[in-house]
Structures are given as C-alpha cells and as structure tokens.
Design a binder for this molecule. Structure first.
Ligand code: ADP
Length: 773
C-alpha cells in the first residue's frame, strides 16, 4: 500500500506533546522555529509538530527529536513583545517522520500521514472503550482538575481512536507517557496503553488522597497546636517567663508539698504528677490526671476544726435555734458529755425519724453549729447504685468519686457533721446495694480506712459525725437500722407551731426580706389562723411558706399604697392568702350506729380515720371497700372472726354469719392510710352495727387486736392524739401498753383529751358503746 506522504515544515516541541483533535497554543521563540512557521503560513498553514526527547536541548539535531508527531493546522498567530510568537494550533492526525529534507534555516521533512483506521467494532475494542471511560471517570473524580463540560462531550464521542486521543490530551502525564500514547498507532493498542496508564494514575491518586487526608488532619491539628505552643514558648522566653507546662507542674508540686498529705497519699500524688509530666499536658490522659490531682489536693486529709465541748454553750445554741425537740437536744448533750469524758465520739449513729418539715435537717445544722463543726448535707433519696456512694473506678470515662468523698471535699475538714438525708429513700438495683457501702461508711470499726473506687486511696472517716434522717423506719434496710439510734421527731401541735412561727420562722423570714423596725407585724391570732386554716401538716414547712407569702404581700402593699407599717390581722390574712384552705372535719355531734373514729399514723403525720359498718340481711358475705390497705383488710377479717366467736357475749345473734351481710367501708381521705392499728376500731364498729348499740361520737380509738381480744401496742401516739384533738374528740382509747408514751404528749393536749387505757377489747367496748337502757 502506498504511503500517504507530505512535505511539511517541522517544529520541535519542548515539554509538550500534541494529540490529534487537540487545540492548544504555545509560544515559539527559537529562530529556526519561527522560520518554519512562516513557511507553513505561506503554503497551507499545515505544520508538523514533534516533541524533543529532552526539553533542555536548545539546538536539537535529528537524533534529539522523536519521529512520531502530529500534523497540525495553524489557526492563529500572535506576535508578542520581543521575538516571540504565540501560535494556536489544532491537531489533525498523527504523522511519522520519513526523512529530513532540509535542516537549515529550518527543519523541513517528509512525513507519512497516519489517519486512524476505522476500528473494527470488536468486543475487545468495546470492552476497552468501556474500561477506559470508567477509569477516566474515576480519574476526573479523584483529580478534580477536569472541567465537567469535557466529560459531557466525551460521552458523545464514539470513535474509539478519537476518544482515546481526546482523553490523552486531558491527562497530566509525564512526557514519555504522552509520547507512548502518541506512538500507539493501532487503536486497540492505544486503548490498552491508555487504560494501563489511567489505572495506574487512579491508584496513585487514591493513595495520594488517603495519605493526604490523614496527613492533612494530623498536620492541621498537631501543627497548629505545635506552632501555637512554640510561639507561646518563644514569647514567654522573650518575656523571661517560664513555660506554661513547667509552671503547671511546679504549681502542683508546690500544692502537694504544702498540703500536708498522709505519706501514701503524697506518694500517689507525686506518682501521678510524674505521669502528667510525661503525658503531655494537652493529651486526654493529661486531663484525667489533672482532675484526679485536684481531687486529692482538695480533700481535707488533715484539716480539722476544734470541737466546742462547752456543754452549756452548746445547750444554749440548740435552745436558741429550735423550739421543742427536747429528745434530740438531750441526746446531743449526752453525746457531748461522753465525748468530753472519753475524748471519743464513737457510738451509734443518730437517726432522726419523722414527717417532713419538723426540723430534722435544721436541728442537725444547729448541732454542727453548737459543736463548731462544718456542716455537709447529702441526700440519699433515689440512690440506687453502689458507685454513687463509693465512686466509679478511674478507668471509666468521666469517672468521679462517690457522694461521701464529694461531701468531704465540700466539708473542708475531716471532722464535719455529715447529714445523710432520706436514708429510707435509698433503693437498690443490679449494680449493687448502696446500703452495703453505707454500712461501711457508718461503721466505726471500718470507716477509718474507707476506700473510694475513684481515689484508690484510704480516707479516714472516723472523725466524721454522721447523722441520718428518714420519714419512716419501715424502708430502712435492717442492718443499717441496727447501727443507728433512732430519735423520733414527731409533729407539732398548733401551740408548738405557733411558738415556732413566732419565735423562729417569723424573725427569720423578716430578716431574709430585710424588713426592719417592726414595719410588718403579724398578730398572734393571725398566726393561729394561718396554722389552723391554711396548713395541714405535721411539720412547719408550708407554714413557713405562708409566712413568707404574708411578708411579701405586706411589702408590696406598703410600697404600692405608700404605707410605712402594716399589721396583719385575720382579715388581712384572708385577703392576702385567699379563702381558708382547710376547715377541720369536726366529728358528728351525735352518736351513731356502726360509725367509729379510728386514728392513723402516716409518713405525713397523724390523721383521724372513720370506719363505717352496716349489717343487712343476706347470706353471710363480708364486703370491704374504701381506703383499705392489705394490713387493714386483715384487721377487718380478724375482727369479724372475733365477733363471730364471741357473739353470744355481746348479745348478738349467733347465726349472723349466715343470714347477715356485713359491709365495712373506710371513706377516702387525702392520704392513703394503712397500718396495724385499726383492729379495735373494726370490732367496735361491727359489734355496734350488729347489736344496734350506738357509738359515742366524742371517742376515738387505736389499737391492734389478737383473736382472743387482747389489745396490742401501737406507734405514733403523739401524732394520733394531735389528729384526734384537731377533729374535736375529747376521749381517746389507747392500748395499755402505750401508757409509757403518754409522757411525750404535750401538756396542752393532755389537758384537753382524756386518755383511756385498754388491755382488752371489753374495756374498749364498755367505754365506746352507748348503753341501752
Ligand atoms: P425536715 O428536715 O424535718 O424536713 P426542715 O429542717 O427542713 O425539716 O425544717 C423546715 C423548716 O422549719 C426550717 O426552716 C426549720 O428551721 C423550721 N423548723 C422546724 N422545726 C423547728 C423548730 N422546732 N424550731 C424552729 N424552727 C423549726
């Protein structure tokens, strides 16, 4: 086959390779090249462009120039300042140099024009095309340097040879690679080469990116910090300052030396400090160590306050700050006396038990005050997990010490008064029983070496005076209860509340609101009025709130109406606090059949508890409705059995259990009541209903009963008596066994109530039932 030959001026190219279809401009400076260009312009604007093997060579010879090049069409020539010319060309086809015709004054050569063969659409070719497209796609995504329009035009190209040339022209490749692609005249071979090169490039790009991201992130963060720190160091050095890291270490070191730590603690602290030095202060580890060191250094390992053992002055403080609460005060004084004698405060832990608002917390605070000890309070309500008492191990992220150590830090001395509030509200779950941990805390034998999981050091708790509080004893774990001495703080009578209000709450609140010079006066009768009609509680918490409210309203009125004095009387109370909230349910004024007033004791204080029984013809059913807990249901059944067994004695039809239905009802009250002290009440009501004898309306009773009719002791006598008194009762029947508790009943109550002691149900019935003439 004849070669398609053509004689053309030739320009050797430095550093670029031109592919067919490629449009490109380049600058021409060498004289030889400019002459070649001019020649081309004179003939048909066609020129043969071939790359030099070495771009550096200024005057290339034959052997310095490749033989495969591109025949191009010159599109534009632009003269630039100096002797340079800018040429815009478009590749037409490959050309192979046959021989040089002239070498001077410019290169002229005979060139074989190599048009692409129409590629056979073989499967292989097609597969190659697809692979090339895919690889190019990856390449563009990774390199990000190829405009989107290009990719779109490529999609429309279906000539494989042309496709590969166009793609080749876009790639950023080494000169040899480009030349290799240009020399591949056979289309399949060209595609294969292109695919190899592309895949290789894609791999490199991927790797680059991977390294790039990693390195970049690392470099960004590390370098930034590094440079900033180095800068800081440099600045500090310039200023003659020590660098921050060193300063911090020195600071800790000073603190450790000054802190007078026990030997082991000091060793541990120094060990951690060493670790801090090595960990780099900005690492996460550094943060953990610093927190730990702060904890160690903030704990009162050795700081101690000096106890005030002057019993007289302690008594004075207690008396001054609290009204009543004689039991607690006496117990504290005993405590001090023992301590003074033996110089040891070991002994059972005090547990103050009583309804909310009776002053358990505030008396504990007073005790601390009287003893001259620091005071800390920690509520145990809702604590379920042992770690809350004893801390989390340091290996936990964000670990902190337990509440005991936390409290000790707040206490700032190793011998504070530590109040553990709501010890009855603790519970346990699968993470261990907090009560066990607490046992160790409270146990004088063990607590000198209390170990917190976080601290990993022993802390001496033996000088701490622990006092606990609870609303009721029932839910306190038994082993804990055994270690404590229970002091009951029962509710207050209206008189007591009045004194507390007048002598303590009112002055305290006036001071808090900064009211001076008797500008606000609350009369005694209005205090009573508030106690009776706006509060219904064993303690004085809501009374305290009402007093605050009265004071605030008075201040508002003084300012609004420009008054400089306000006297609060009962009318003012009504206008400030609104209509009365409670009016005590007074007892019926007449005696009734089957209705008996019982007395109950709840976590919130005492209350009265009417029990109603009716008997009607039926088949011997016993029905129980209303507010009856399980214990009271048992009492009702036991009472029923007792009456059945003793029917004759009380003149009741012995067959009643066959032909009478009995219905026992306890009306709903605000507070659910349950407890083992309604036995006598049930029996009395049943007998009254069955015998038709009336029950005296002014009598209330409490007591549990055995099946033989014996009356058993009850708890909360004071609370119950207060409730009966409030309800307008004048006679209360109580178990004989409770006689000893009468001494705890306030005189005012005792003078208004007559107490009847019963050891048998017969005594109860005799006193409660109205005799039928
Ligand atoms: P508790 O701990 O029993 O729930 P608090 O100690 O919180 O009760 O007492 C509530 C408020 O009543 C406090 O302001 C307290 O000072 C006051 N208070 C309670 N009892 C007395 C009392 N006997 N004498 C003086 N103030 C009291």
């Amino acid at each position: 086959m004849d070669k398609n030959l053509k004689i053309l001026p030739l320009i050797p190219l430095r550093g670029i390779t031109i592919f067919p279809y490629m449009v490109i401009h380049f600058d021409v400076g060498r004289e030889k090249s400019i002459l070649a260009l001019e020649e081309a312009m004179l003939v048909d604007q066609k020129i043969f462009l071939v790359s030099q093997k070495e771009a550096k060579v200024e005057e290339p010879e034959e052997e310095d120039i490749y033989t495969m090049g591109t025949i191009c069409n010159i599109k534009q020539i632009l003269k630039l300042p100096g002797d340079t010319v800018r040429v815009l060309v478009e590749g037409e086809s490959r050309g192979r140099l046959e021989k040089y015709i002239e070498k001077s004054p410019f290169f002229k050569a005979e060139v074989e024009i190599l048009e692409d063969d129409e590629c056979d659409k073989t499967n292989k070719c097609e597969a190659l095309v697809r692979s090339v497209r895919k690889a190019f796609d990856d390449y563009t995504k990774l390199s990000g340097s190829i405009p989107v329009e290009t990719i779109v035009t490529l999609e429309e190209l279906d000539n494989p040879g042309r496709l590969s040339d166009v793609i080749s022209s876009y790639l950023m490749l080494k000169q040899e690679n480009k030349q290799e692609l240009l020399e591949a005249y056979d289309v399949e071979e060209r595609l294969q080469k292109l695919l190899d090169i592309l895949s290789n490039e894609v791999d490199i790009l991927k790797l680059e990116r991977k390294i790039g991201v990693k390195v970049k992130n690392k470099i960004d963060k590390v370098q930034k910090e590094y440079y900033l720190r180095e800068q800081l160091k440099a600045i500090q050095e310039e200023l003659g300052e020590e660098d921050e890291d060193k300063k911090e270490i020195t600071r800790y070191k000073n603190r450790i030396t000054k802190a007078k730590l026990p030997k082991l603690v000091k060793e541990k602290a120094l060990y951690e400090l060493d670790r801090l030095k090595n960990s780099g202060s900005y690492s996460a580890e550094g943060g953990v160590i610093r927190t730990y060191l702060d904890w160690i250094l903030d704990l009162p390992w050795n700081a101690e306050t000096k106890d005030n053992l002057d019993i007289k002055s302690a008594r004075m403080v207690l008396e001054k700050e609290h009204y009543g609460l004689e039991d607690v005060k006496d117990r504290i004084i005993e405590y001090l006396a023992v301590k003074k004698m033996s110089n040891s405060l070991r002994g059972p832990i005090l547990c103050l038990v009583g309804p909310p608002g009776v002053g358990k917390t505030s008396i504990a605070r007073s005790i601390a005050h009287a003893l001259n000890r620091n005071f800390v309070r920690m509520s145990l309500g809702g604590v379920r997990d042992e770690a809350e008492i004893r801390g989390h191990r340091k290996t936990y992220i964000g670990a902190i010490p337990g509440r005991i150590v936390y409290g000790m830090k707040q206490a700032k001395s190793k011998n504070p008064l530590f109040l553990l509030d709501e010890i009855d509200k603790m519970s346990n779950d699968f993470k261990g029983d907090p009560a066990d941990a607490l046992l160790e805390v409270l146990d004088a034998e063990q607590n000198s070496t209390f170990r917190d999981h976080y601290l990993e050091l022993e802390f001496d708790l033996s000088k701490v005076l622990f006092i606990t509080t609870a609303n009721s004893l029932e839910t306190i774990p038994r082993p804990l209860l055994d270690r404590m001495e229970v002091i009951e703080v029962s509710g207050y009578t209206s008189e007591e509340k009045f004194h507390i209000a007048k002598d303590h709450l009112l002055p305290k609140k006036l001071k808090e609101h900064e009211v001076k010079d008797n500008k606000i006066k609350i009369s005694d009768s209005s205090l009573y009025f508030v106690i009776e009609n706006y509060t219904r509680e064993s303690g004085v918490r809501s009374l305290e709130r009402k007093i605050s409210s009265l004071i605030r309203k008075s201040i508002a009125e003084m300012i609004e109406k420009d008054k400089d004095k306000i006297i609060v009387n009962t009318n003012k109370v009504k206008s400030y606090l609104g209509p009365e909230l409670f009016t005590y349910e007074k007892t019926d004024k007449e005696d009734k059949i089957g209705v008996v007033m019982g007395m109950a004791w709840t976590g919130y204080g005492g209350d009265t508890l009417p029990v109603e029984v009716t008997a009607m013809s039926g088949t011997g059913k016993l029905e129980l409705t209303g507010q009856l807990g399980d214990v009271m249901k048992e009492s009702a059944r036991a009472g029923y059995s007792y009456v059945r067994a003793n029917a004759k004695k009380y003149g009741i039809d012995e067959e009643f259990y066959k032909n009478k239905d009995i219905h026992i009802h306890v009306p709903e009250g605000a507070v659910p009541k349950d407890g083992p002290s309604a036995g006598v009440t049930m029996i009395t009501a049943i007998i009254s209903a069955l015998s038709g004898k009336k029950v005296r309306h002014n009598v209330a009773m409490t007591g549990e009963i055995t099946l033989t009719g014996r009356v058993l002791a009850i708890g909360g006598l004071k609370e119950k008596s207060l409730a009966a008194y409030r309800a307008g009762i004048d006679t209360v029947i109580i178990p004989k066994e409770n006689e000893k508790d009468l001494s705890k009943i306030p005189k005012t109550i005792k003078s208004k109530l007559s107490f009847i002691l019963a050891d048998n149900i017969d005594t109860v019935l005799e006193q409660a039932l109205v005799k039928i003439d």
